[in-house]
Design a protein around this ligand. Structure first.
Ligand SMILES: NC(=O)C1=CN([C@@H]2O[C@H](COP(=O)(O)OP(=O)(O)OC[C@H]3O[C@@H](n4cnc5c(N)ncnc54)[C@H](O)[C@@H]3O)[C@@H](O)[C@H]2O)C=CC1
Ligand SMILES: O=C(O)CCC(=O)C(=O)O
Length: 523
């Protein structure tokens, strides 16, 4: 399928004259064909108006129809075959196996949300029957369900061109909730975005969805994104990217005459705690596992282990030696964009010039102009406490090991950390008591707590939380991965004393969706 460089405005392909932009091959930094249209103000207006018009139709469809739409998107993405993976490889520099896996995850999460729709539990329906003869006052009939917010804008992420982009988790959960979606495509992978947008549009046609259910808008710079976030018809925003970008969008959304929620996933360094029993038992293996997780995908995961905390001692020395050896053997890897590569290099240079930090190992020499070379630094707990700013995310395969003098110092370091997506404990049975002491602080710190694993690679399931306190996300009460992600795009409505004929199907007496009725769950 030849790429055309067109936008998808209300499911229609649209081409714009005037200066466009081209994708840049991640490995070489050179431009690749074709040129992509930049959306005009009119395109944003058309997409927003169509999304607004589609909302009552789309949100009012039976859940089964929306489930079929999501499944059709998954089928159409798979039907794109190798072309999708090949274009994504060229644009992102990510390897084939990773992108093939990401395509599977993208299709899988669309199908998971289809299942969620059929189950209906996400509506959290509740019925409290009336008690007309209750004294001193009668009790009304009250019924509750969750309804979609309205049109949603999704910002595609650079680091997951499929699973967190045009048909990624934010789009899947918003469409499942009943919200039309306007995607602001990431300029790092416009060809990949066009292919996926074509798949969504075909799925919408085949399943009879209203045209405004989906648009893909591209723009160079921030103008198009800002226009979408401030458009009064947009009711929520999903974003994965930089802290600067996420907080700018949060401010814009808050300053609207009618503010809206922004669900932004931003920076996280994912502290890993090596407890003494685990270090004594397997320091060498832990060193290898750490570098494998850190360097995966050139370290361009928001879940990558950017900070390690452990107690001083010979076992920690063994760990550092093993990690350093593994790092020295780690090949450099192409990074997503020249800009992300440059930001990584300057982050590593900042750490290298900080007197409190010591560079203990570097990965192999860069093999190309945009290849990132891994880097491992250490510092003492005392120095970290004196200046916790070193914990700022360096996006890429660089990590900082903090060597703490004792448990009190380690616990002090924890209190100085910002909100995180994950916190990981490596522990042996002898560490149980220390782990128990740490757990309350970790619950305050992070959205996911792991034992004896590595944080990269987020399983898409019902019980997943990919979120966490600020700045890992803008709203730690939510997740962007797993079926609970649908909650971000819903709000509760209670119906008091409505006649049965006016009630939504899920709140009528005969509905089979799981509900809580008069205090008793029917699940
Ligand atoms: N923690 C994480 O998961 C990730 C972090 N990053 C960080 O972001 C840096 C840059 O990477 P990008 O992916 O390009 O992220 P970015 O935040 O610069 O851009 C993401 C998207 O948001 C838009 N955007 C950014 N600032 C905006 C503003 N003020 N107004 C309107 N729209 C705006 C961009 O046009 C783009 O579509 C990386 O070097 C890395 O530090 C990037 C990807 C994932
Ligand atoms: O580790 C993963 O699978 C997801 C990571 C992620 O959400 C990100 O890097 O933006």
């Amino acid at each position: 399928m030849a790429l055309t460089g067109e936008l998808f405005v209300a499911s229609k392909r649209v081409s714009r004259d005037g200066p466009g932009f081209k994708a840049v091959a991640a490995a070489t930094g050179t431009e690749i064909e074709p040129s992509f249209s930049i959306a005009t103000t009119e395109d944003v207006e058309t997409a927003a108006a169509a999304a607004e018009a589609a909302f009552p139709i789309y949100s009012g469809l039976p859940r089964e129809d929306r489930a079929k739409f999501l499944e059709a998107i998954a089928d159409e993405i798979e039907a794109l075959g190798d072309e999708l993976v090949e274009r994504a490889m060229q644009e992102s520099g990510l390897p084939q196996a990773r992108l093939t896996g990401e395509r599977g995850r993208t299709a899988g999460q669309l199908r998971l949300f289809a299942k969620e729709l059929r189950l209906g539990e996400y509506l959290r329906a509740r019925i409290d029957h009336a008690i007309p003869d209750r004294a001193p006052a009668p009790k009304p009939d009250l019924r509750l369900r969750h309804v979609p917010l309205g049109p949603v804008t999704v910002f595609g992420a650079s680091n997951f061109p499929l699973a967190f982009s045009v048909a990624g988790g934010d789009t899947a959960s918003a469409l499942a909730a009943g919200c039309p979606v306007i995607v602001k495509g990431h300029s790092a992978h416009p060809g990949t975005s066009e292919l996926v947008a074509g798949a969504i549009t075909r799925a919408a046609e085949k399943t009879g969805m209203p045209a405004g259910v989906f648009s893909l808008i591209n723009g160079a710079g921030n103008t198009v994104g800002q226009a979408l976030v401030t458009d009064p018809r947009i009711k929520a925003v999903g974003f994965t990217g930089s802290r600067g970008g996420g907080t700018a969008l949060m401010k814009l959304a808050q300053n609207r005459p009618i503010p809206i929620p922004v669900y932004a996933e931003m920076s996280s360094i994912n502290p890993v705690f090596l407890l003494p029993g685990a270090l004594a038992a397997r320091a060498e293996a832990l060193g290898k596992g750490y570098i494998a997780s850190l360097t995966m995908g050139a370290g361009q995961f928001c879940t990558n282990p950017g900070l390690v905390l452990a107690l001083e001692g010979p076992d920690l020395d063994t760990f550092v030696t093993s990690a350093s050896d593994a790092m020295c053997g780690a090949p450099s890897q192409v990074m997503l964009t020249p800009g992300i590569h440059k930001a990584y290099e300057s982050g590593v240079a900042r750490w290298a010039s900080a007197p409190a930090l010591k560079l203990v190992a570097k990965g192999q020499e860069a093999s190309g102009p945009t290849s990132g070379r891994g880097a491992l630094f250490t510092m003492t707990g005392a120095d970290f406490i004196a200046d916790p700013s070193h914990a700022e995310e360096v996006f890429g395969a660089a990590s900082l090991l903090v060597r703490c003098a004792d448990i009190a110092e380690l616990q002090k370091v924890v209190t100085l950390l910002e909100g995180q997506l994950t916190a990981t404990l490596h522990l042996a049975e002898s560490d149980t008591e220390l782990a128990r002491q740490l757990l309350p602080s970790l619950e305050r710190l992070a959205g996911r707590i792991l034992a004896n694993g590595w944080p990269t690679g987020v399983e898409v399931t019902d019980a997943q939380v990919h979120g966490g306190p600020f700045p890992s996300t803008s709203d730690g009460r939510s997740t962007s991965v797993g079926t609970l992600a649908i909650d971000r795009f819903l709000r509760p409505v209670a119906y008091q004393d409505l006649p049965e004929a006016l009630l939504p199907a899920e709140l009528r007496e005969d509905s089979s969706v799981p509900r809580r009725i008069d205090g008793k769950p029917t699940l």
